[in-house]
Each structure stands twice: as structure tokens, then as C-alpha cells.
Write a new protein. Structure first.
Length: 194
């Protein structure tokens, strides 16, 4: 489904706030909730211009943080995407990621998407996340396998379940607390805990 476990929202948004990145790539945006929360929380003093008794929305050109998104299923796009994201890339995440330069984003988010790949594709996906992340990549995935087949959108089908050890072996060794999902972070050397 195009949304994630609500139990992980505050943990992930807290991590984003602490990281305070200048650029974010949100892979598998779904309905755009993480882009919206990142935009709101990182731009909180820059979203509106106050002139006396009048306030207006600051144009995107005045925003401090660049937030781009990748979504495989165009049917999930809403006005939230137009408002929040600087740029939306539509297509298979592995294909789109392969066209992005190394270290292109300070922070890369992949919230509840890893389970949609089989293991070999998932390993390639994790490698791509590490490659495009300049400072850190965060991935979340359910701790237990939940069968899911969505005929209208095959990108939603669940194909794998990952352990903490498997994520750590791929560099995602910093695990944030959550009961339902592994929320694991891979940091570039020299970029300590947020």
C-alpha cells in the first residue's frame, strides 16, 4: 500500500530533523507523507513570508531543502507531490537510481520499499541507495513477512523479508528502535550519529 507503518513515523521524522540535510531523495514516495513531513519540519521557518499583518507561502525557489522523489506507480501521485517535491521521477526504482550521480543527496530514504524486491534485486537496491547517499541512507522494512499481492500495482507485491543481520551486512548497521519494522541507517564515513 502507498503508506507505511504509523509506528515508525516519529522515529524516521526525528532522524530527518537531526540529520538536517540540504537534499533528500525519497525512494518510493507512495502518498508523499515523508516528503511532506520533511518539508514541513525542515523548512518550518522558511515556508511562509510574513510582511506585517500578511503572510504568504514562500515560493519553492526560496526553500532551503531540495527534496526529490521516485515513485513507480503514477496513480499514487497527488497534489501533495506537486507541492512538496522539487522533482518527481516516475519509474522502477532500480532503473531510476542507476541514472543518479554518486553522492547526489545528503539523505536517501527508502521507507517500506525493500520488501517489494526479491533478495538479489534488494541487494542491488541497497547498493544503489548507498551510492547516491552523500551522508546517510535510511531504509525501513517489516520485521516479519506479510503476504501482499496487488493486481493493479505489481510494485506493491511483497517478495522478501530481511533480518537485522542481512541489513547490517550491507552497511545498514545503525538500527533505530521500532517494534514492527527494521529502521536501519547506513552512514558515510565521517558522518556520525545524527
Amino acid at each position: 500500500m502507498p503508506f507505511s507503518q504509523s509506528s515508525q513515523l516519529s522515529t524516521i521524522v526525528g532522524f530527518i530533523e537531526q540529520a538536517n540535510p540540504a537534499s533528500i531523495l525519497d525512494v518510493g514516495t507512495g502518498m508523499g507523507q515523508y516528503g511532506f513531513l520533511a518539508r514541513n519540519n525542515l523548512e518550518n521557518v522558511n515556508l511562509f513570508v510574513v510582511d506585517g499583518a500578511n503572510a504568504s507561502q514562500r515560493p519553492k525557489a526560496g526553500w532551503r531543502v531540495r527534496i526529490d522523489g521516485i515513485e513507480g506507480y503514477a496513480g499514487y501521485l497527488t497534489p501533495v507531490h506537486d507541492y512538496v517535491y522539487n522533482r518527481m521521477l516516475i519509474g522502477d526504482a532500480l532503473s531510476v537510481l542507476s541514472g543518479i550521480a554518486d553522492n547526489a543527496y545528503d539523505l536517501v530514504l527508502a521507507v517500506d520499499i525493500l520488501e517489494h524486491f526479491d533478495k538479489p534485486e534488494g541487494l542491488r537496491f541497497l547498493a544503489e541507495l548507498r551510492r547516491v547517499a552523500g551522508e546517510a541512507a535510511l531504509v525501513s522494512t517489516p520485521k516479519a513477512f506479510h503476504s501482499q499481492e496487488i493486481e493493479a500495482n505489481p510494485f506493491e507485491n511483497h517478495r522478501s523479508c530481511w533480518s537485522q543481520a542481512e541489513l547490517a551486512a550491507e552497511g545498514f548497521a545503525d538500527v533505530l528502535q521500532n517494534n514492527e519494522s527494521w529502521i536501519a541507517v547506513c552512514r558515510r564515513p565521517g558522518h556520525g550519529a545524527a
